[in-house]
Design a protein around this ligand. Sequence first.
Ligand SMILES: Nc1nc2c(c(=O)[nH]1)N[C@H]1C(S)=C(S)[C@@H](COP(=O)(O)O)O[C@H]1N2
Ligand SMILES: [Mo]
Length: 338
Amino acid sequence: MLIKRTRASDIPSSEITSETVFHERRTILKAMGLGAVALGTPIVAGATSGERKLYTNEVPLSGPVWLQDKLKTLSPSLYSTAEAATPFEYVSTYNNFYEFGTGKTDPADNSQNFITDPWVVEVAGEAELTGKYNLEDIVNPHTLEERVYRLRCVEAWSMVVPWVGFSLADLLKRFKPNSNAKYVRFETLHDPEQMPAQASRFAAINYPYVEGLRIDEAMNELAFLSVGVYGNAMPNQNGAPIRLIVPWKYGFKSIKSIVKIEFTKRRPKTTWEMSNSREYGFFANVNPDVSHPRWSQARERRLPTSIFRQNYVDTLKFNGYGPQVAHLYQGMDLGRYF
Ligand SMILES: Nc1nc2c(c(=O)[nH]1)N[C@H]1C(S)=C(S)[C@@H](COP(=O)(O)O)O[C@H]1N2
Ligand SMILES: [Mo]
């Protein structure tokens, strides 16, 4: 269940895990010797009753020092689902990141030397402020929060992931988009020396990977830029150092390892649409009533699964985020604009 929309300022202070409590919790777990053994086990340890809980995989903080400092002030979000998160070991080993290979374990296997620091993001197009910014300058003005969101892949599997990040709208507003800014286009790094699939003549899709949102979708409170999972920096295979999360849309909209954000007049051509527009649309809203041409979208396999227990659950329209986003599509034929 998604907690009803509430202004951040309305969160009772008793529900916010203070920095001190967060530190204490890490310290307590270390003292209990849980540091190593707990790897892969989500410890949802609220320090005292009434505290909202943060997920951690209980390994030392990683990433650049400025990010480690910000991670220490991570706070929970009212937009988090109360469903249990998929264990870190699945979140970080069952991935789609075609730049590193099309197999589910390829990204984890092939991205370990991927260099994500320093990292530059270009902001371009229809806005008052544009330019190239170090990742630190992109992230620093924002408070990091944990958003536990469902992620529903178009391939009909899903996970629940405790992302770390901040509101996309809050970032976009800093650049003062003008009235021509009708869409936002995102681009992944193109670096064939680091991303082996980009060097292949038989690539499954065109690179760089491109995604886009209508400006009102991008400004929706649920659209999120993520720099980590499980209280820590983003694993390379999950799209380090910064990626998009659009929880009401199929996973392919949630573009990884972003190097460019552009405000555009026209709807951008997106990677999967270009690859096969009959099967993958621009909108890609999760919808159990609109089948993929080759399979039903009515249900999904919630990870972790095993051959003995496939763990099917019903797919929800807008992935269950209808109360926050259904108004964006009022009057639209979702079967046509899939
Ligand atoms: N650049 C890039 N972004 C991408 C992809 C990709 O192949 N390349 N795969 C997408 C798909 S299909 C899904 S389901 C999610 C998977 O995110 P995860 O591996 O962190 O679960 O990333 C999306 N973002
Ligand atoms: Mo996906």
